[in-house]
Each structure stands twice: as structure tokens, then as C-alpha cells.
Design a protein around this ligand. Structure first.
Ligand code: DGT
Ligand code: CA
Length: 571
């Protein structure tokens, strides 16, 4: 149990109270209590053990007692009862953008709407148009929000699906009925989200393999079972297709089921231009198959060099392969150091030295730590004294762990007017500054762009964190003219982050392609809040590869010596 657990529960209660249509003051009291706990910067568990909860501002008798019960027992009867009293569909409805708890309660009272499905139906029946506090425009927005929610629920974050796919792959590799097996589809192409897991195997005994695959423990339901294709829903809720082909068909099927659809269409049309026919079973000249034993040979047969799966999106890869102009994509082994790491001085979990040891174990030469800045009080942002203390610690640890090096940084909030969160004297103390939007997401695209451009223009800014602020499958990017941001980064010589957290993967790979064309450097940053988070950089590399990036395009491929020189130049 931590202070954060208490805060989250208080926030939940505030929302549940609104959903249940209680007096707004009651809900606000819980919100205030949560905010005050966020700002409370003494040892919380110490205060709890001394029974001093009521001495914290904004915590009265009722809320204090509930916090104590929750802290001591790990449970809160009031919370559980409140939760049970709300139709579960209302919690789903909260995920629809623009629909807050108060509106959901009104919909329940006035129209009896308890689920997302009922809400969608009511919108189609035009029932919200005439409802007080709603109207036609709101109704349209809610419908658009429902569409987005459905799309979100139909897809998965790629790292979630990748873990599951890896387990299935290992099971299949051990099977006597399998000659060759691999992951295909969007997972092989390294996409940020995926609809399902595509597996491809060759087998001399396809029926046996199909039956065994459908019958394994991880499968919840079988939707199709044949000797060439098995479709299942896994217990994790992820859909998975296993396709089974002969050994001779394997390379063609691998190319086909890797996709993308758009890449396949372009390849087929290229084959046609050359008097060939291409499908998942082979490459044909008339009736005769052009024998290819690997994907490499299929590309060669069409006059192309091998196109890495990540590039197969029909974004110019075929033309580049024809000219021998494909990029030499960045690899994990090219990365020399990692930026954007939070320590336990702000909202990270681990002390600096543990992070150093983990980064060294990953083969890194350096890290750049960047705790939150002071405005981010919700994330324990550093006050000026805390920065001095951290810098002394960095100096000591740099001596102890030399030649490994820790760069001193900060993740500075970009304030609404585009300025950074400290005065120049303080900013000058850092080796690097990551500027980040963490508040006021609702500005117009013009205002947001101007805000970010101003931050990029700031001489102290080294790089821009998560440039669009999106959370995959849960929050759309904030409104921003990303091309203008890319232009500004190019003009001021600033780096854009490719945030490698599986929920972000932001900058989007499609924009990485453009950044590269404009000579904007990209930092593949783990945004780690604990040692385990450091290895997220690997996911970032996949996305960087999808964005056509090479070693020279990625800032953190610089050696320690070059990075020192680079950051001196920036400062
Ligand atoms: P996803 O599942 O939405 O994340 O993306 P993919 O690319 O994995 O799509 P999926 O699972 O529907 O199909 C896997 C691959 O199979 C796809 O990338 C290309 C190939 N494929 C499937 N259906 C078609 C089709 O109708 N036409 C073509 N050209 N290729 C197809
Ligand atoms: Ca797929």
C-alpha cells in the first residue's frame, strides 16, 4: 500500500459519487483530499503510523477514517459498495471522450441508459439531440467517441500480443509436427498495435498440428479448425490465426501473411508487370512455379533487394529496393545510451545506482536521468534544493562507476505559455533538458503548436518528449500541427523523442520518416520509471526501424565521447 494507491482510490470515489448523482460537494471533497495528498511531501507511511492523517489539509473526519481503514486493511467497504451500486456499463462509458460522470448520470436518469450499446442506439435514434445539456453536436461527438472506443477494444498493444506470440511460438517449435514456424502479420512488421497474432508453420502432418494447436491450454475458444488454418481466441482475449502450409510453400506464405496488404498489392502488381503471378502459394510463370526457398529469393526474382518486414507498408520501400537505396536500419546493438529515465527523486521507483547497474548490464555506456520538474507536483517534481542534492549524487556515482556516465537532465514541463519550468540559472545546471507537455491538453492546434515551437526555440531545450501526447488505444494525440513541430525542430537543431513506452510509441513512425528527411535527430527513449522499464528501448527500436531510421538518425547511437561533445554544443 502506497500513498499513490490511496490517491487513486480517492479519485475513483470522486468519480463514482458523480456517476451516482450525489451532491457535487461530496465528490469535490474527495478530489481535494486526493490533490492535497499529492502535494504532501513528507513520509506518508510515517504519518499514517502516527495516526496523523487528520492533520493533513483538506482531510476531514469522514475521509480520514476511510483512508485509515483502507491503509490498515487494504480494503474499503464504502468504496466496494459504491462501486457495486453503479451499472458496470457506466464505467465503460467513461472511456468515451467528452462524456463525463455527470452527463452519464443524466443519461441514466432521463433515458435509462446503462451500457455503451444502449447509448449508441439512443444516439442513432436521435434521443440526445433534444435532451437538456446535450444537443445534436454532443450527440455526434458521443457517436464518434463510441466508434473510437470500439476500434480501441478491437486492437491490442503490440508488446502485449508479442509476449503471448512468443510463448505460442516456443510451444510450436517443440512440436514434432512442425518443420518451420514463425510470427507473421503486423507483429512481424513491428506495428504499434495489432488486431491479432498471425502464426505460420509448415508441417508434414497438418491435421495433427491443427488439432493439437486448437486443443492446447492457452486456447479459450476455437472459431475455425481446418488443415490449413486454425483460428482461436486465447484465454488472454487475443485472437490468433495459425496457418499451415507445405515446406515448399512456406517462403511465399511467409511473404504473403507478413503483409501489409498494401505492400502485397504493390508486389503483385510488380510481378504482373514482369509476366508473373504471385500469391500465398507461389510465384508463377504460366503454370510453372519460380522456385524460391527464402523470402530473399522472392524479392530477388522481382529484381529487388530484401525488404525488412518493418518497411513493408507500401511507403516507398519497393522503389527504394529496386534502386538499391533501402536504409540500413538501426539495430538494438547500435544503441550506446538511454535518456529519459526517472529516479526515485520524482516518480521513479528505483534509486539512481540501481538504474546505473541495470543500464550497464544492458551494455550501455551512459544514461541521462530526467525527473519531473517542479510544476508536476502530482509526479513529485523536483524543487531547486532537490536538484542540487541529485547533482551531488550523480557526481559521486560518476566517479564510482567511471567510465560509465550519468548525464544530468530534467523533464521540464512546457508551461501553457511555452516557457520552461525553471529560471535560466537553474536550467543551465543540466547537461540536457527534455521539454514535455503534461497539462492543458485542450488548447487549439494553433495555440499548442505555438507553445511547443516556443519551447523548441528555447536555447536550453535539448529534446521534445512524446511529441503528440497520445496514449495508444486510449487517448488521441492533442491537437497540434506536427509538420510545424518537425520544421521547428529542424530549424533550431532540436531532437525529437521516440518515446518507447508501449503505451506511447510517440513520435509515430510515419512521422519519423518525415523527420529523417528533414535531418531531425530522434532519441529512442525508454521513459523508464523503474529498472525493468529500461528495456522498453527495444520496442522503440522496432518503431524507429519502421520509421526508416538508421544509426546516424538516432541521437543515442552516439558514443559517450561524442555525446559529451554533442551536449556541450547544445548547452
Ligand atoms: P492487423 O491484424 O490488423 O494488426 O494487421 P495484419 O497486417 O496482421 O492483417 P491481417 O491479420 O488481417 O492479415 C495478415 C496479412 O495477410 C496481411 O498483412 C496481408 C495478408 N492478407 C490478408 N488478407 C489479405 C487480402 O485480402 N489481400 C492481401 N493482399 N493480403 C492479405
Ligand atoms: Ca494480424
Amino acid at each position: 500500500m502506497t500513498k499513490e494507491d490511496v490517491i487513486r482510490t480517492l479519485e475513483d470515489i470522486a468519480v463514482l459519487l458523480e456517476l451516482s448523482g450525489e451532491n457535487p460537494f461530496k465528490s469535490r471533497a474527495y478530489q481535494t483530499a486526493a490533490r492535497n495528498l499529492e502535494k504532501f511531501d513528507l513520509d506518508f507511511s510515517d504519518w499514517m503510523s502516527q495516526g496523523k492523517i487528520f492533520e493533513i489539509d483538506g482531510i476531514g473526519e469522514a475521509i480520514g477514517k476511510k483512508i485509515t481503514e483502507f491503509w490498515e486493511t487494504g480494503q474499503l467497504d464504502y468504496y466496494d459498495k459504491l462501486r457495486a451500486s453503479i451499472p458496470p456499463g457506466h464505467l465503460d462509458m467513461l472511456k468515451i471522450g467528452g462524456l463525463g460522470p455527470k452527463k452519464i448520470h443524466t443519461l441514466y436518469q432521463e433515458l435509462g441508459i446503462a451500457t455503451v450499446g444502449e447509448l449508441e442506439y439512443a444516439c442513432h435514434e436521435n434521443r440526445l439531440a433534444a435532451l437538456k445539456g446535450f444537443g445534436k453536436k454532443t450527440q455526434e461527438n458521443i457517436l464518434a467517441g463510441i466508434e473510437r472506443l470500439k476500434h480501441y477494444q478491437a486492437r491490442r498493444l503490440s508488446d502485449e500480443a508479442a509476449d503471448e506470440a512468443q510463448i505460442l511460438l516456443e510451444i510450436l517449435q517443440k512440436s514434432q509436427d512442425v518443420t518451420q514456424v514463425t510470427i507473421a502479420g503486423s507483429l512481424r512488421r513491428g506495428n504499434e498495435t495489432v488486431k491479432d497474432i498471425d502464426l505460420l508453420a509448415s508441417s508434414p502432418r497438418p491435421e495433427d498440428l491443427a488439432r493439437a494447436f486448437a486443443g492446447q491450454d492457452r486456447v479459450d475458444a476455437v472459431s475455425a479448425l481446418g488443415a490449413t488454418k486454425v483460428s482461436v481466441v486465447l484465454k488472454s482475449g487475443i485472437n490468433c490465426d495459425l496457418r499451415i502450409v507445405s515446406a515448399a510453400e512456406f517462403p511465399y506464405a511467409l511473404h504473403h501473411f507478413t503483409g501489409s496488404r498494401e505492400h502485397n498489392t504493390a508486389m503483385r502488381s510488380r510481378a504482373k508487370d514482369r509476366g508473373l503471378k504471385m500469391n500465398e502459394y507461389g510465384l508463377f510463370k504460366g503454370e510453372a512455379n519460380v522456385v524460391c526457398r527464402t523470402e530473399d529469393q522472392i524479392f530477388a526474382a522481382l529484381g529487388l533487394s530484401f525488404i525488412p518486414p518493418e518497411l513493408r507498408e507500401n511507403m516507398g520501400e519497393i522503389e527504394a529496393a529496386e534502386k538499391g537505396d533501402l536504409p540500413r536500419l538501426v539495430e538494438e546493438a547500435d544503441i550506446r545510451g538511454l535518456f529519459h529515465i526517472h529516479t526515485n527523486a520524482s516518480d521513479g521507483q528505483d534509486p539512481l545506482e540501481r538504474l546505473i547497474l541495470s543500464a550497464r548490464a544492458l551494455g550501455m555506456q551512459y544514461i541521462g536521468i530526467s525527473d519531473h520538474s517542479r510544476s508536476a507536483y502530482y509526479a513529485g517534481g523536483l524543487k531547486i534544493e532537490a536538484i542540487e542534492k541529485q547533482h551531488t549524487l550523480v557526481d559521486d556515482l560518476n566517479k564510482k562507476h567511471a567510465p560509465f556516465h550519468v548525464f544530468k537532465g530534467i523533464e521540464s514541463d512546457i508551461l501553457p505559455d511555452g516557457s520552461l519550468d525553471y529560471d535560466e540559472e537553474t536550467l543551465a545546471k543540466f547537461d540536457f533538458v527534455i521539454a514535455a507537455i503534461h497539462s492543458q491538453f485542450n488548447m487549439s492546434a494553433e495555440e499548442m503548436t505555438a507553445r511547443i515551437v516556443k519551447a523548441l526555440q528555447n536555447p536550453f531545450t535539448t529534446m521534445l518528449a512524446h511529441p503528440t501526447g497520445r496514449l495508444l488505444l486510449s487517448r488521441e494525440p492533442y491537437a497540434v500541427h506536427i509538420m510545424d513541430v518537425l520544421d521547428a525542430a529542424a530549424r533550431f537543431g532540436k531532437v525529437l523523442e521516440l518515446n518507447a513506452n508501449p503505451h506511447r510509441l510517440d513520435l509515430d513512425w510515419r512521422h519519423c520518416i518525415i523527420a529523417k528527411k528533414r535531418n531531425v535527430k530522434i532519441a529512442v527513449n525508454p521513459d523508464a520509471h523503474q529498472t525493468a522499464g529500461l528495456s522498453h528501448f527495444r520496442l522503440g527500436i522496432k518503431i524507429a526501424r519502421k520509421g526508416w531510421l538508421e544509426k546516424d538518425d538516432c541521437l543515442n547511437c552516439l558514443s559517450l565521447k561524442d555525446m559529451k561533445a554533442y551536449l556541450r554544443r547544445e548547452a
